[in-house]
Ligand binder design. Structure first.
Ligand SMILES: CC(C)(COP(=O)(O)OP(=O)(O)OC[C@H]1O[C@@H](n2cnc3c(N)ncnc32)[C@H](O)[C@@H]1OP(=O)(O)O)[C@@H](O)C(=O)NCCC(=O)NCCS
Length: 152
């Protein structure tokens, strides 16, 4: 397994993984805009040289936010999402983040369970944050304090 920072050259494969495996994927335009943002980072998870997961995060001063995390459908349920998010938490700690936030769609139990397992707590709700197939769905806001986090 291998983690690496993704570059814009990999944008088409990133968009493809997101589109195939995520209910709320970003468009090519979303990723193009995000790549232009100097506070945004993209981490890929490869197995046998094949990209199977991506995570986009932002870091502004000491606050990090998970913007997107996706493991390709056929590789889900093998612990890869946990490893990828754990790796990203360690990266932002090394970048001096003290808190990390994320939003997740109400009902996305797999993701919510993953975030709880990594120590994220629910801190609020955003009404009608997502739009899926014409329906508005609330987001749960979660956070994790990184101060004192064990890097080992
Ligand atoms: C959410 C996601 C990234 C998890 O990645 P994954 O590799 O499938 O998850 P893992 O195998 O690492 O599982 C880690 C934990 O997540 C939770 N989880 C993952 N799949 C689950 C499932 N099918 N049912 C219940 N909990 C699940 C569990 O807590 C699991 O820990 P456990 O195995 O000890 O029970 C992946 O399902 C995904 O890409 N989903 C589509 C995109 C998405 O919804 N992203 C989140 C946007 S906010």
């Amino acid at each position: 397994m291998n983690f690496h920072y993704l570059t814009k050259d990999e944008i088409n494969i990133i968009v493809n993984i997101d589109k195939e495996s995520n209910k709320t994927p970003w468009s090519l335009h979303d990723y193009e805009e995000s790549f232009k943002n100097p506070h945004h980072y993209f981490v890929g998870y490869s197995i046998n040289n094949k990209l199977i997961g991506i995570c986009a995060y932002s870091l502004v001063i000491d606050e990090a936010e998970i913007l997107q995390i996706v493991i390709e459908k056929e590789s889900q349920g093998n612990g890869y999402g946990y490893q990828l998010l754990n790796h990203v938490c360690n990266l932002v700690i090394a970048q001096k983040a003290t808190q990390i936030f994320l939003e997740v769609m109400v009902g996305n139990t797999n993701a919510i369970n993953l975030y709880h397992k990594l120590g994220f707590n629910i801190i609020g709700k955003r009404k009608n944050y997502y739009r899926v197939e014409g329906k508005s769905i609330d987001a749960i806001l979660m956070a994790k304090t990184l101060i004192g986090f064990d890097l080992s």
